[in-house]
Design a protein around this ligand. Structure first.
Ligand code: ZN
Length: 198
């Protein structure tokens, strides 16, 4: 397969994952962003794009140091993605959404900072691993990116307080499975809170 063809396939996979998330209510409006790595470039959904309508030409291309390589403005949350690619070189894709239950669960107090979603079912641990908590900072702010960067090494995925989730994986489809599992894990945890668990 030529490199153009590989890029095309990855763009199609990212668009498919984004559309599935949108159709299932995991993102609304223009929230959420998705990226993948190909060689020394990061392809990330553009600023203001909608997961339900994403097009190939709406992906910004960044180098690993964050330099923009095409004319598309990247999502303002691109430093979250870059921090993961930098610190975890096995990462091939990152998805960030404002999932309803992920956001709700992030409001819980006293969460384990490096493993914040209870393993009521085994699937989150199997698919994703440990999910760490990132304290609240304004979306898109330097403070948020700094707080996030600090916590990247300590967990496999992340819950940004009062905001949403970030899931890295070794492929776009795995990141999609991961963000779905994280949302399900938060749904279960939210509904079982303050109830006895057998
Ligand atoms: Zn966000």
């Amino acid at each position: 397969m030529g490199s153009e063809e590989i890029l095309d396939k990855k763009l199609e996979e990212a668009i498919w994952a984004a559309k599935c998330l949108f159709d299932r209510g995991r993102t609304t409006g223009s929230s959420g962003n998705i990226s993948f790595r190909l060689g020394d470039s990061i392809y990330i959904s553009g600023s203001g794009t909608c997961f339900g309508l994403l097009k190939k030409e709406e992906f910004a291309v960044l180098s690993l140091d964050g330099t923009l390589k095409n004319g598309v403005k990247p999502s303002k949350e691109w430093p979250l993605h870059l921090a993961v690619y930098e610190q975890r070189p096995d990462t091939a894709a990152v998805i960030h959404t404002h999932g309803r239950y992920a956001a709700l669960w992030s409001f819980m107090e006293g969460l384990d900072e490096r493993d914040c979603i209870p393993a009521h079912t085994p699937y989150l641990k199997m698919k994703v691993g440990r999910v760490g908590v990132v304290p609240y900072e304004k979306p898109g702010s330097k403070e948020l990116f700094a707080a996030f960067e600090e916590r990247v090494p300590f967990s496999d995925a992340y819950l940004l307080k009062q905001h949403g989730a970030v899931v890295p994986a070794e492929s776009i489809t795995e990141a999609f499975f991961g963000i779905e599992e994280l949302e399900e894990g938060c749904f279960t945890a939210w509904n079982l809170k303050e109830k006895p668990v057998i």
